[in-house]
Design a protein around this ligand. Sequence first.
Ligand code: FAD
Ligand code: 5PR
Length: 368
Amino acid sequence: MSKETRHAEVVGAGFAGLTAATVLGQKGWTVTIHEKSAELRPLGAGIVLWNNSLQVLKAIGAYDALEPRSMVPPFYETRSQNMTVSKETFDGLPWRSMTRKALHEVLVEAAAKAGVELKVDSEVVTADPSGSVTLASGEVRSADLVIGADGVLSKVRDSIGFEQTRTKSRDGITRLIVPRNKELLGPGEWDNVIDFWNFEPRVLRVLYVPCNDDELYIALMSPVDDKEGSAVPINLDVWVENFPHLEPILTPAARIHGRYDGYQTNVLDNWTNGVVALVGDSAHAMCPALAQGAGCAMGNAYTLAVAASTSTGDLAADLVSWEAQERGITDRCQSRSAYFAETRSMAKGNQFTTEMLETAIYDPTARG
Ligand code: FAD
Ligand code: 5PR
């Protein structure tokens, strides 16, 4: 195939797959995304993005659509037993909060505009390093580049047999979108992100993230082995007993079924094999503490697509170079996130030091 007509098969229409596909489409590739679900929709509830992914959204022309659908909370506040221990502003570093639905919709729009073909109900069951995917229907499709952006349970990864170590953490979380109900919460700085940690009488935490005027993202953390704390729908009595001042938002939360997810860290020996590259949670799933899973996914998806597009010779070798370029910063982000999950030390506040913000500050679009 000539350079102008290169073709990519992208597996998974999450934040990583949509970003990579959009960049490739904008650079003149033909691209097909396979999404196994029957409809295009995001998993989860709300999200915080930082400079790294916001720069990617600007570079692909999706930022302007997202801006009015997201917000910048004035402070990132941490409380321990409801006492404020820190209020951080990150020295002007760009960050925003939003629903996952808003982010997903602007990415789908950007992909469609870039000419990407989006196929739903299209599950990929295996991939081959020489450049093909096999669908559940039996159809085999070849491509110059295959991207496995199919999440933490990646079939692209597992069918090829990438080596990995997988570590589960002792905590997990239920994530929900509820109405803001600001007036019912009473006086207070309810536009802040507020990370409420309780260690007494038991370990429970509410991460409060306003996403816009109407919607609030709450993440309710408890140890995996706390049956009451991790129950879904949430056990309203337990949560209100521990966070009585949050009753106006916990009550609607208890009406949603929700899902409790344990944290997990996957570290792979390699992210590429032949012309198959893994990106996002399939390659580097991480604990959520630094709110960088999607940020790393979108940043790496962007640089992967740029590397593939500028490759004029040996694409497999250029993918290896791409991995070498991004690997260190992603590995460090994963291990810092795992450290915070393990120690629960975010409860101390002031956790967002320059070192901990390394990935957030990074600009993947400045690499060319
Ligand atoms: P996914 O979002 O998992 O997308 C994979 C897609 O592939 C899905 O649509 C799936 O249906 C599809 N798929 C799977 N298998 C197949 C197949 N075989 N064939 C076809 N399609 C397939 N990150 C942040 O940056 N900020 C945050 O605030 C944040 N909060 C988080 C909170 C929690 C509790 C957790 C667990 C994670 C959080 N993250 C956050 C991390 C972030 O959600 C993920 O890192 C990110 O969504 C990964 O995107 P992805 O595209 O790689 O994978
Ligand atoms: N930040 C965000 C988040 O959703 C979580 C964490 C931090 C935005 C959990 O879901 O510390 O676990 C965290």
